[in-house]
Design a protein around this ligand. Structure first.
Ligand SMILES: N[C@@H](CCC(=O)N[C@@H](CS)C(=O)NCC(=O)O)C(=O)O
Length: 225
């Protein structure tokens, strides 16, 4: 019998679920996955399953954890390598993860995660472009200072920081904003990770009646303002 459940939302759209799911899978927690089709706003089934909270929602051995960043922290109790070992790198990883958790509303609003949408060049609002510049700066700084040993933000290990930014990578792969070569290299490395590949594969199997038309509608490219 599993040690509990991880409740998540529709994989093709639920960016927060992807973060929590990655941490749980990387830590190897033995939980049953429950996927709730999202309604694209308030989802009654989410509220019912989480007691009024949101997904991802973890119940592990009776420990109830919600909020993706708290789930990442919980998972690091079981796999300390989810944060870098070096204190300077670890505090940096926590800082950029917290910034991701708290912000980047411009990207989140203009470029909602939709894994298979045709939307190359869309969503280039001034707010999104400002966020993208900041995200590229965060990625570059982490990679230059701490990432020499591998393709991820802090080197060879895919850490909680990579999990927190994975949905941003998914957005960039859908909306294809203008990014520097090193940012695209990082995006490709994340996309090639076996858990990200698994997430996309499972998302592709979700039934069409789970699709939300406004997140699937193809979007035209817009010139950068
Ligand atoms: N800050 C939360 C955000 C979670 C969130 O907003 N999740 C969305 C789905 S991606 C949700 O549950 N929305 C409410 C609903 O669909 O009822 C976290 O980090 O986990």
């Amino acid at each position: 019998m599993a040690d509990g459940t991880l409740t998540i939302g529709t994989r093709r759209y639920s960016s927060w679920s992807l973060r929590g799911w990655l941490a749980v899978r990387l830590a190897g927690l033995d939980v049953e996955e429950v996927v709730i089709p999202l309604a694209g706003g308030e989802t009654a089934a989410v509220k019912a399953a989480t007691g009024g909270a949101t997904v991802p929602f973890l119940d592990h051995r009776g420990n109830i954890v919600w909020e993706s960043l708290a789930i990442c922290e919980y998972c690091a109790e079981f796999l300390s390598a989810l944060w870098p070992a070096d204190p300077a790198a670890r505090s940096h990883a926590r800082a950029i993860s917290a910034e991701m958790h708290a912000g980047f509303r411009g990207v989140r609003q203009a470029m909602p995660m939709s894994l298979f949408r045709r939307a190359e060049g869309a969503g280039r609002t001034p707010e999104a472009l400002k966020d993208i510049a900041r995200i590229e700066h965060l990625w570059r700084t982490a990679r230059v200072r701490f990432g020499a040993g591998g393709p991820y933000l802090f080197g060879a290990d895919f850490t909680n920081a990579d999990a927190m930014f994975a949905p941003v990578v998914a957005r960039f792969l859908t909306y294809r904003p203008d990014l520097a070569a090193d940012s695209w290299e990082y995006c490709e490395a994340v996309r090639a990770h076996k858990l990200i590949a698994e997430w996309y594969d499972l998302a592709a199997l979700e039934p069409p009646d789970w699709w939300i038309p406004r997140y699937e509608a193809p979007q035209e490219a817009v010139p950068a303002p």
